[in-house]
Design a protein around this ligand. Structure first.
Ligand code: FAD
Length: 521
């Protein structure tokens, strides 16, 4: 007999998100987190519109927005500059607002410790979620009917906890990944990076000339496509800064002032609060689960913070995994449902790394090698202007989808990928667009955490077939009736998964075959 349904090792953003997803479904889970309080390093700050949809479903969208450290009337946009921040060439960074019509809520930006505080507070409200802060997992092993995890408190108390499943959300040096025997594939860029967190009211004064901008990326030919990257942690004084530094640099030899003035293009007075180092690399686990042990977030994949994908990818892992673990615990998951977690999420990360992060480094490197404002000002100006569109192509193309998933009715030969295209019609394997219901709410916003059949005048026999099959399987299904005429989704029947992705859309079909496949049978 297990003490818990799921034990989650790591109570960072992703572990807490898994716990909340399970707790909202009345599952009993235990979070083991070695830190008493969240790390004070700002880290993952950019939260996409999709991530904010998750916060809506977790019941903490307003709490998260209230925790913002930059006032709501000040923008959270970014800027790319050439040479130095105060130099003469600059343009707006990725304009994520371009895809806002495809999600039902706005993006957000706040330091990761503030996000984690909101998640911790929500987890504390859910009766099924138990948290052990200040405890470290030291070993785990799969047993016949579950997983046993050895944990140790800061005072040296030792326990073994048991659960039907374990989730490792324990970051890039994951103990769970290692103990589960899951390897990882790395692509090293042989770059050592410095991370500075500092206070500088003087820099804030200099940045007044860029109203509404909260983060700044500096391209320099010497850096071959790697960025000097500066961002606000609050409005007025605190900043973080990442920059490539020579291999072998140590805390003693790091020239923080020189690095900062090279990026800014001016000397500013600053007070250092934190100095860290990290290796610029992309790492992906070779599998996302082994038996009853799953990994999510940075434990499964890590990459440099270019493009702000990291924490958002981790949250989508958590959402994908939580409904599938719940289904397995409830007994309606088919044998393929849990394996579909990795089948869907792994290729999405591989594509994020390849098609967005590494592609951006290569594109910046090629641009810097080809154009020089001193050597050929006209050619540089033309090429710079061409890049100044706010990365329209990249923003539109970042549309993680599961077209190739074994539990989705996607087109033949399709693959799961981060690269897609935003559309308002319902397509199998894609996120559901927020068309409005007659009462004004968007359709996805009104969904419960279960399968939903959207019917826009669909054949009553088809709807009845879905109801009967769901009842037979024991899978929770809601039916939402929209207006009978003119489905905004391009199909009169749309089966939506508990994570707001479309499993199937059409006019006619075999409800048993559709629902069984969506449940992993
Ligand atoms: C310097 C830096 C800057 C970044 N900037 C950005 C950014 O701008 N945008 C972005 O999207 N992402 C950024 N990231 C990435 C982002 O922070 C991560 O993607 C995110 O933290 C992943 O969340 P996680 O919960 O998977 O892992 P983590 O945040 O690493 O959390 C793992 C948790 O597990 C705990 N833990 C580990 N081992 C054990 C154990 N054995 N027992 C118990 N607990 C354990 C840790 O204490 C930690 O709280 C940055 C990362 C770094 C390091």
């Amino acid at each position: 007999m297990s003490d818990h349904d799921v034990v989650i090792v790591g109570g960072g953003p992703v572990g807490l998100a898994v716990a909340i997803g399970l707790g909202l479904r009345s599952r009993r889970c235990l979070v083991v987190e070695r830190r008493e309080t969240p790390s004070p390093i700002p880290r993952g700050q950019n939260l996409t519109q999709r991530t904010m949809e998750h916060f809506h479903f977790w019941g903490i969208e307003q709490a998260l927005r209230a925790a913002r450290t930059i006032p709501p009337d000040y923008g959270i946009g970014g800027m790319t500059a050439y040479g130095t921040l105060l130099g003469e060439h600059r343009y707006d960074w990725m304009k994520r607002e371009l895809v806002r019509p495809f999600y039902f809520t706005d993006n957000e930006r706040l330091p990761q410790y503030a996000t984690e505080a909101v998640l911790r507070a929500r987890a504390a409200e859910l009766p099924g979620v138990e948290t052990l802060y200040g405890w470290t997992a030291t070993d785990l092993r799969e047993q016949a009917d579950g997983v046993a995890v050895d944990i140790r408190s800061q005072s040296g108390e030792v326990r073994t906890v048991r659960a039907a499943f374990a989730v490792g959300a324990d970051g890039s040096r994951s103990l769970v990944r290692e103990k589960a025997g899951i390897g990882e594939t790395r692509s090293d860029h042989d770059r050592l990076m410095a991370l500075l967190v500092f206070r500088s009211p003087e820099l804030h004064g200099l940045l007044r000339r860029f109203p509404g901008k909260s983060f700044f990326c500096v391209l320099h030919p010497e850096l071959k496509g790697y960025w000097r990257f500066l961002g606000r942690v609050d409005l007025g004084s605190t900043f973080f800064f990442h920059a490539p530094i020579p291999m072998g640099t140590t805390r003693e030899t790091l020239d923080s002032a020189g690095l900062l003035s090279a990026a800014i293009g001016a000397d500013v007075a600053f007070e250092l609060q934190h100095v860290g180092f990290w290796d610029l690399r992309i790492a992906m686990a070779d599998a996302y689960h082994a038996g009853r042990i799953f990994i999510a977030g940075d434990a499964a994949h890590s990459h440099p913070p270019y493009g702000g994908y990291g924490i958002n990818t981790g949250f989508e892992d958590a959402v994908n995994l939580a409904w599938k673990l719940d289904a397995a615990l409830a007994g309606w998951a088919g044998p393929g449902l849990l394996a579909s977690y990795g089948a869907e999420r792994r290729p999405v990360f591989a594509s994020t790394a390849r098609d967005f992060i590494e592609a951006a480094i290569t594109s910046d490197r090629d641009f810097l090698a080809a154009y020089d404002p001193v050597r050929d000002p006209a050619a540089f100006a033309a090429a710079w202007a061409a890049r100044a569109s706010g990365a329209v192509g990249e923003v539109h193309a970042f549309e993680p989808h599961y077209e190739g998933s074994p539990i989705v009715f996607g087109p033949p030969g399709a693959e799961c990928s981060a690269k897609g295209a935003h559309r308002h019609e319902a397509r199998a394997g894609h996120h559901l667009s927020p068309h409005r219901l007659p009462d004004g709410r968007s359709v996805p916003q009104s969904l419960e955490p279960r399968f939903t059949l959207l019917s826009f005048g669909a054949d009553p026999a088809l709807v009845a077939g879905f109801r009967a099959e769901a009842h037979g399987l024991g899978a929770p299904l809601a039916v939402v009736e929209g207006p009978r005429e003119g489905s905004p989704y391009g199909a009169s029947a749309v089966l939506v998964r508990p994570d707001q992705f479309v499993a199937w859309a059409g006019e006619a079909g075999d409800p048993a075959a559709i629902l069984r496949r969506a449940a992993g049978w």
